[in-house]
Design a binder for this molecule. Structure first.
Ligand code: SAM
Length: 228
């Protein structure tokens, strides 16, 4: 049994996936997917020794050595170009996910799907995807243990149909803006409240970064607007 969050991430993978899970920690996700689907194969990547060891142990515990290979290393450096068709990066900040994708973009010529679950700053991930030939085809937001998690599923564009995301779409998610699941309202209400406090502090400060203040004001207005 894995978390609802990882279950949702897994649901975006096709049958027979050949994928990498970067920052896999316990390797729960690749083991879950490969146990359910004997035709799937996975590489679990971990940069830290402890999580790497935990991943090895989970794979052994489920006797999945034939399907899940655990590799020790930073980001996408653990895969060869052409090795995987899908990349999953979940449970990290969006800027870290973006940096991992950007540093490893040479490894992605045959990757036609990226599933990202940024804990914060999903905007950075959407922007990178949009600028690197990926289209967001699905998005979801789910609530678990009081947290709201955004999950982004992106496919490589085969046709030259570029997804145009304006600032608002980058912030809220082009598809989430249309779907607005219940957790969407919860998340953006919380974020609007946080931003309100930040704006109060800015108002009391002696030196004000006006550009930043205006940007925050604009975002706060959007948040109020989308949760109406
Ligand atoms: N992906 C799992 C999930 O969503 O439940 C685990 C998330 S855990 C909070 C983040 C993991 O990413 C940690 O185990 C950390 O060691 C690993 N990590 C962080 N930066 C990484 C990098 N550059 N390359 C590979 N792994 C990384």
């Amino acid at each position: 049994k894995i978390s609802k969050r990882l279950e949702q991430v897994a649901s975006f993978l096709p049958k027979g996936a050949i994928f990498a899970d970067i920052g896999s920690d316990h390797a729960y996700l690749p083991c879950y997917v490969c146990q359910k689907d004997p035709t799937a194969v996975a590489i679990a990547g971990e940069v830290n020794k402890g999580p790497y060891q935990r991943a090895v142990e989970t794979v052994q515990a489920y006797s999945l050595q034939g399907q899940v290979e655990v590799r020790h290393g930073n980001g996408l450096e653990i895969i060869q170009a052409n090795e995987v068709q899908q990349v999953v990066i979940a449970g990290m900040g969006g800027t870290l996910i973006r940096d991992i994708l950007d540093r490893g973009k040479d490894k992605l010529p045959t990757t036609d799907q990226i599933i990202a679950q940024p804990n914060v700053d999903a905007r950075a991930v959407r922007k990178w995807l949009g600028n690197h030939g990926f289209t967001i085809t699905d998005e979801d937001i789910i609530e678990e243990n009081g947290h709201c998690y955004e999950i982004i599923n992106a496919k490589r564009l085969r046709i030259s149909e570029k997804q145009n995301m304006d600032e608002k779409a980058l912030l809220f998610g082009p598809l989430l803006l249309r779907k607005k699941p219940s957790a969407f309202y919860k998340k953006w209400e919380q974020e609007a409240n946080k931003l309100e406090r930040v704006l109060e502090q800015i108002n009391q400060a002696t030196k004000v970064d006006q550009k930043k203040q205006e940007q925050f004001m604009q975002e706060w207005k959007w948040m109020k607007e989308v949760i109406q």
